[in-house]
Design a protein around this ligand. Sequence first.
Ligand SMILES: Cc1cc2nc3c(=O)[nH]c(=O)nc-3n(C[C@H](O)[C@H](O)[C@H](O)COP(=O)(O)OP(=O)(O)OC[C@H]3O[C@@H](n4cnc5c(N)ncnc54)[C@H](O)[C@@H]3O)c2cc1C
Length: 405
Amino acid sequence: MNKIWDAIIIGGGAAGLFCAGIAGQRNKKILVLDHAEVLGEKIRISGGGRCNFTNLNTSPSHFLSLNPHFVKSALARYPSSAFIKLVQSYRIAYHEKHQGQLFCDESAKQIIDMLFSECAKGNVLIRHPVIAESISHESEQWVVKTNNGIERSRSVVMATGGLPVPAIGATAYSLDIAKQFQLNVIDPRPALVPLSFTSGEFENLVELAGLSLPIRIAAGSKGSRYGACHFHEDLLLTHKGLSGPAVLQASSYWVEGETIQIDWLGAAGVNGDLSCDEVFNDEENRLKSTESILASVMPQRLAKAFAEQKNLLGRKWAEVSKKDRQVLKELISHWSVKPAGTLGWKKAEVMLGGVDTKELDGQTMMARNHSGLYFIGECVDVTGHLGGHNFQWAWASGFACAHAL
Ligand SMILES: Cc1cc2nc3c(=O)[nH]c(=O)nc-3n(C[C@H](O)[C@H](O)[C@H](O)COP(=O)(O)OP(=O)(O)OC[C@H]3O[C@@H](n4cnc5c(N)ncnc54)[C@H](O)[C@@H]3O)c2cc1C
């Protein structure tokens, strides 16, 4: 009844379960509390059900944080190769999809089962659904009041993740606890999220929903919170705006009110301007329609939409003025457009912002001014690029914390 835990971990998601397993196997008495009926839901829905559990190339440059150096120590101590070894030891089959992204061959559930097995090996007690009602520090002990009684421990690890997908139980509890202990919190914002548009320029592109093509995209600026980015990935046109890996990546850098730049000629091996100039200046194209000329460098439906947008649909190329050609060139190779917003927390994959890394020790994830209070995973102001980096952060920060407990 009066058991004192070595640590109570609030949140049994990726970071919480991973940390619990390791700490338990290091002979720590660990209790995990989670308010959800079913644990590991974000893992289950990740990577289209196959969980992109890490990335072969994960490095500090794949993360956004006000302090980009913060991730270095944890990632160096627990690199993606370490997690891959664990996955291999469970004989979970996986494959590389794109740019080092590793996915389960079968199901994300295998990663969840693996985390539970690791917890079982460490005799971790997992209680859920349990609501943590308050957390306080009294006479050198951490006291967690729940709807099911009071628990005491030497440490508390906050691992309740970020705000995306409220429907599966996302809350700001870790951020609330950080604030309760006077830790600075960087404003949370949806990231890796589709962008919406109201601009007239976008109107006739809505009809192309479902079209996907490789493009180059740029967002942010040197002076903005996380700097500027350039990605060469696929873009997906949707009924609500733009999505696909290129746009999700750019959304993390995009700042409200600013434009994003798209080079629609981003197909592999095509050098945008050169190919555009070559096609535009080719004498043999004089009698072709504008849309068919554009269609030689981009999908036909998109070529038609752009020609239509500039009132050049059906117009013979010889009849298109120099000025209009320049306008078209700008449109297809330097499209600068202001998104109206993002599709918000419902559609975001991760959260930007969170507990300010200045408040935490990068070796242990412990709050500098509150001995025994830790923050791991997505609730920390560390956000990965698309491609398995966010899980790698969950594992690496969980590992650092587990060894410090
Ligand atoms: C649709 C989608 C797809 C994704 N795909 C990928 C991918 O393929 N690769 C990748 O690297 N990342 C992916 N991510 C991001 C990844 O899921 C997260 O970065 C990762 O799960 C964060 O781990 P975490 O432990 O910090 O939080 P979570 O895994 O979200 O765990 C948080 C836990 O805390 C619990 N909790 C919340 N509030 C409370 C509370 N008040 N009290 C008690 N418990 C609470 C929750 O129930 C949950 O179990 C995806 C995210 C989404 C939404």
